[in-house]
Design a protein around this ligand. Structure first.
Ligand code: CP
Ligand code: NVA
Length: 312
């Protein structure tokens, strides 16, 4: 069992200092890619579809001089064809690090308990820590490295993307606002974690059911799909429940002048965000997607113990 191995399963696995360290490391690797992982191998064990996460990990590893193996949803059958603990122990004999995209957080936690190599959460129903790091890297590029007091409003579902973002942004001392319909608020454990981090860093966390309240005067507006992967059967009900939570011209007009628009992608245009807002001048959505490469390069280097060799 890999008790001493470091994993990234949740945004809360990283201390404030480590978040700063990773964001600086990501920026350094973006300025100058460095071949720190020659001969090292990353497995991508994915039980859901992906464009960004898969490709950005593959490109990141190539920049670092390492390699990847991609295992598609139909291939491994985690917990079905084979027990999670067996897959975990076998892959650890073949590769140096693994990124797992799956359903419940408990699956990636069980996987990690048996892994003698680092495990990275590449999205679960509950968390998406790699996305949050890329997002904050992007925000730093736009607003500067010191994000204390800068305001970010997330409008939408309190699940994976929002949870990891809120914990990470609160760690950096941001003014974090979260608007969700009743029944779709952030889980208690995330609220507790983010509030404690906000307190420590001088930030704040405001929860509301009114999108207008969250958005008013905010410098950054973020949304995500109303129906996440695996929830397709709830799509019709969710369209009803999330009505009024669309990032559209009217909602954006309440934000700070020149507010920046964020989305993790894929977007369901016309649902959580309009075409017009996605294509608007303030959109930094594709910068977020690009920065997945560098945030994840930093994470892999960190977990494999070579991040202190990154030249800044
Ligand atoms: N944002 C994100 O994780 O995209 P993919 O689902 O395409 O990987
Ligand atoms: N909340 C979305 C994020 C996709 C990157 C989902 O889980 O499908």
């Amino acid at each position: 069992m890999g008790q001493t191995v470091r994993h990234l399963l949740s945004a809360a696995d990283l201390s404030r200092e480590e978040i700063f360290f990773l964001l600086d490391a990501a920026a350094a690797l973006k300025r100058r890619p460095q071949r720190l992982l020659e001969g090292r191998e990353l497995a991508l064990l994915f039980e859901k579809p992906s464009l960004r996460t898969r490709v950005s990990f593959q490109v990141a590893m190539r920049h670092l001089g390492g390699e990847t193996i991609y295992l598609a949803p139909q291939e491994v059958g985690l917990g079905e064809r084979e027990a999670i603990k067996d897959v975990s122990r076998v892959l650890a004999r073949y590769v140096d690090v693994v990124a797992v995209r799956t359903y419940g957080q408990e699956i990636v936690e069980e996987y990690a308990r048996y892994s003698s190599i680092p495990v990275i959460n590449a999205l679960t129903n509950e968390e998406h820590p790699c996305q949050a790091l890329a997002d904050l890297l992007t925000v730093r590029e736009k607003l500067g490295n010191d994000l204390r007091g800068r305001s970010i409003a997330f409008v939408g579902d309190g699940n994976n993307v929002a949870s990891s973002l809120v914990v990470t942004a609160a760690s950096l001392g941001m003014d974090v606002r979260m608007a969700s319909p009743r029944g779709y608020m952030l889980p208690e454990n995330i609220i507790t974690e983010a509030s404690a981090r906000a307190e420590e860093s001088g930030g704040s966390l405001t929860l509301t059911n009114e999108p207008e309240e969250a958005v008013r005067g905010a410098e950054l507006l973020y949304t995500d799909v109303w129906t996440s992967m695996g929830q397709e059967r709830e799509a019709e009900q969710r369209r009803i429940d999330f009505a009024g939570f669309q990032l559209n011209r009217q909602l954006v007009s309440l934000a700070a002048p020149g507010a920046l628009i964020m989305h993790d992608l894929p977007a369901h245009r016309g649902e959580e965000i309009t075409d017009e807002v996605m294509e608007s001048e303030g959109s930094i959505i594709f910068d977020q997607a690009e920065n997945r490469i560098w945030a994840q390069a930093a994470v892999v280097a960190f977990l494999l113990g070579v991040a202190d060799r990154i030249e800044h």
